[in-house]
Design a protein around this ligand. Structure first.
Ligand code: GUN
Length: 288
């Protein structure tokens, strides 16, 4: 049996570090603030947002939730984002996706100032990550790198295969692995003989959104397997994109679902919010 990577425990440890730093800043009357904007009443989004709020407060940060109706106009939403851009008590802005169809997600993301873009979705942050400059890194990919490192596995020189090419997970995680000097392949739904490609991987990151899609024929013995999926199986039970029971004896390390990647995402959001706040305060000090 491969070793289970405990995302819950790692997330807790990193959150403790963030909480400690927030407490230190409070002594100087400084408090990082995160605003989350939720449009409409998608139940999954509501659950995610509630968890984000709870964890933000637990870390000692200011947490603001702005709830807007499903039929809000794009212009009104952009105005709300502008207000948050100008709000000195807010250092991180997150607009929960997906948005209703009549609103352009690109326009909304482009309106968040890059300095407060704790999701790392703004093209400026995406570009900075791509050229290796300081950038906000999307939370799930940042968490994945921490999970891999927690196994003690050196990433440098390893073959890494990422299955999935979304802007939120696949592309940025591939970029981060490249920065860590892995040899990276991005596979996707049109990849021919996917199991053969995946079997090359010392590090396999799976983000397909397809329940139990990856079986043991796609796993190199001893590989580190990171499962980004959050799916439901035939019995409506929560499961990942990797068939855990089929793969667990072949993998060297594997993240469970739930309890793997999921808990890390919010922790990295808090870490990004703290980073945003510190950068904004530093800049203010320099211009004084
Ligand atoms: N919806 C699902 N995941 C995310 C995320 O990481 N950020 C935002 N803004 N929306 C999401």
């Amino acid at each position: 049996m491969g070793q289970i990577i405990d995302g819950k425990q790692l997330a807790k440890k990193i959150q403790e570090d963030v909480t400690h730093e927030v407490a230190e800043l409070a002594k100087q009357n400084l408090q990082p603030g995160l605003a989350v904007v939720l449009v409409g009443d998608n139940q999954a989004s509501r659950t995610y947002v509630r968890n984000k709020q709870k964890r933000t407060e637990e870390a000692g940060m200011k947490s603001v939730l702005i709830e807007l109706p499903e039929d809000i106009s794009e212009a009104k939403l952009l105005e709300t984002v502008e207000d948050l851009n100008n709000d000195v008590t807010i250092h991180g802005i997150l607009v929960q996706l997906p948005l209703p169809k009549h609103i352009s997600e690109d326009k909304v993301i482009d309106t968040i100032i890059p300095e407060k873009d704790v999701d790392g979705f703004h093209p400026i942050n995406v570009g900075n990550l791509y050229v290796g400059k300081e950038a906000f890194v999307p939370c799930t990919p940042a968490g994945i790198i921490e999970l891999i490192k927690s196994t003690g596995t050196a990433i440098e020189g390893k073959r890494a295969v990422v299955i999935g090419r979304s802007n939120i997970v696949g592309k940025p995680v591939a970029q981060l692995l490249l920065q860590e000097n892995a040899t990276v392949t991005i596979a996707h739904s049109r990849t021919k003989d996917l199991p053969a490609v995946a079997r090359e991987a010392d590090i396999l990151v799976v983000a397909t959104g397809l329940a139990k899609f990856i079986k043991k024929d796609a796993i190199k013995p001893g590989a580190v397997v990171i499962d980004v999926g959050m799916d439901r199986d035939e019995n409506n039970k929560l499961c990942g994109d990797v068939d855990f029971d089929d793969v667990k004896d072949t993998a060297g390390y594997i993240t469970p679902v739930p309890g793997g990647v999921g808990p890390m995402t919010i922790t990295m959001l808090l870490a990004n919010t703290l980073k945003a706040a510190k950068r904004i305060w530093d800049k203010q000090l320099q211009t004084k």
